[in-house]
Design a protein around this ligand. Structure first.
Ligand SMILES: [Zn+2]
Length: 241
């Protein structure tokens, strides 16, 4: 008997199916997204425990089924949830947005190493004590850059000029547009002081206010780039301030 495929994976999304089953969407450390049916996962928690919850990372064993887009989840071993840091509600909201963003950006059968690393780095930063708002802002900046929309808070995203009076965050270009340039999808006015605080964010930053604003704006940019809504962003907005 040949061994089942086994990969390091993170659960992104769980959907109840029928009376007893779950459909779970994972991001693999390689190979992109995998959607699998976890049979009887809702009836018997013994097989998967709480291991399938979104955000959990573990070793996924699965079998591919003929004529089906869904794999069968055989096991998700050593599963552990992300640590949510000193402010678990903020940590949870940040992780939720990051999982949903990853789900939107990922497809099956792709090289997912970079995206997987970005997600595990977000988990590690929050576990180390980085504020969830700052960690999410940095995660979304990386996700947008990887998708070809590198965010810009230092100079005008259109003309490269200085950010001054009348500057706005433009979701269509994931950056700040100066007062002299046009804006496709204006989100909010940005003064030079706030733009500088956002541009200066690092995992060591304690500027949660700048992190929150940046995460909300970059979330809007990601929605614009994918043409899809990030449902968890509303929850993050509600509890993040
Ligand atoms: Zn400009």
């Amino acid at each position: 008997m040949s061994a089942l495929p086994e990969i390091d994976a993170i659960s992104l999304r769980v959907t109840p199916y029928g009376e007893a089953d779950l459909i779970v969407t994972f991001l693999g450390a390689e190979g992109g997204k995998i959607a699998g049916m976890a049979r009887a996962a809702r009836k018997s928690r013994r097989r998967f425990g709480a291991g399938l919850d979104p955000g959990n990372r573990g070793v996924l064993s699965y079998t591919l089924r003929p004529r089906s887009d869904l794999a069968t989840v055989e096991a998700f071993s050593e599963a552990r949830p992300p640590e949510l840091g000193a402010n678990p509600v903020i940590g949870f909201a940040a992780v939720s947005v990051a999982l949903e963003a990853t789900d939107l950006l990922s497809v099956e059968d792709e090289d997912s190493a970079q995206r997987f690393a970005a997600l595990t780095e977000l988990f590690a930063a929050i576990a180390r004590g980085t504020d969830g708002r700052v960690a999410l802002a940095l995660f979304l900046a990386t996700a947008l850059s990887d998708a070809g929309y590198a965010p810009s808070f230092e100079r005008c995203v259109r003309c490269g000029g200085e950010i001054g009076q009348g500057s706005r965050f433009d979701a269509a270009r994931a950056g700040v547009s100066c007062g002299r340039c046009g804006v496709e999808a204006a989100v909010a006015p940005v003064g030079p002081e706030l733009a500088a605080r956002i541009a200066a964010l690092t995992p060591e930053s304690t500027d949660a206010a700048a992190g929150r604003v940046a995460a909300e704006w970059l979330g809007a940019a990601l929605q614009h780039a994918t043409g899809r809504g990030l449902k968890s962003l509303a929850f993050f907005r509600e509890i993040g301030s």
